[in-house]
Design a protein. Structure first.
Length: 201
């Protein structure tokens, strides 16, 4: 490789990470108030009965999360502020030993995110997937995986870690090997302003 060679990371999928500090005692108190149901039909994890936890028992977290959403959407992605992206649905996930989340994406949302509330190193990484190879699956070549061509990207969860990503990104969670329950808060967003027409002036 010569000194003049360069790779441009064109059209990369931006996944945002930051950390949020919260009061552990306040969090634990509100987790105890949260009612969980086993997710059907997959039967592979628990989810809060409420899909509006950031407007209810977890509302003390909402301003901090929304601040990060604003930074990601307006400062990093460059979206105009007039689109007014706001948090809509929000729910708490509970994973026990061997619980997981299969590959999925979030419809009816612009940006999705997850805030890790209680984790440990064995509680299962989150994985992001690229739908197709760099040749759009038209040609089937064998690759030695590197940062340019890989189709899966993993992040190990930590308490207070916040991840944000476009809602169309495929993602899932490996089975938990921990003896302790893992709690995370997931959410979607939508625009608070009317959508533009087909021909923007």
């Amino acid at each position: 490789m010569s000194n003049n060679e360069k790779i441009y990371p064109a059209f990369a999928m931006p996944i945002y990470q930051d950390f949020i500090k919260f009061d552990r005692q306040e969090l634990n108190s509100n987790l105890k108030k949260t009612e969980f149901l086993r997710v059907e039909p997959t039967d592979d994890r628990y989810s809060s009965k409420s899909l509006k936890v950031l407007d209810e028992q977890m509302k003390f977290l909402k301003p901090m999360i929304q601040k990060c959403v604003d930074e990601y959407v307006y400062d990093l992605l460059g979206m105009k502020k007039r689109h007014d992206v706001k948090i809509t649905d929000s729910w708490v996930m509970k994973h026990k030993t061997q619980d997981k989340s299969d590959m999925h994406w979030h419809p009816n949302s612009i940006i999705s995110g997850v805030l890790y509330l209680q984790t440990d190193p064995q509680s299962g990484n989150i994985c992001f997937f690229r739908k197709e190879t760099i040749f759009n699956d038209v040609l089937d070549f064998e690759f030695e995986e590197n940062e340019i061509n890989k189709r899966m990207f993993q992040v190990a969860p930590q308490d207070g870690m916040l991840l944000l990503f476009p809602s169309t990104v495929l993602h899932g969670v490996y089975p938990s090997q921990s003896e302790h329950s893992r709690f995370s808060l997931a959410f979607n967003t939508w625009t608070g302003a009317p959508l533009d027409g087909p021909f923007r002036r």
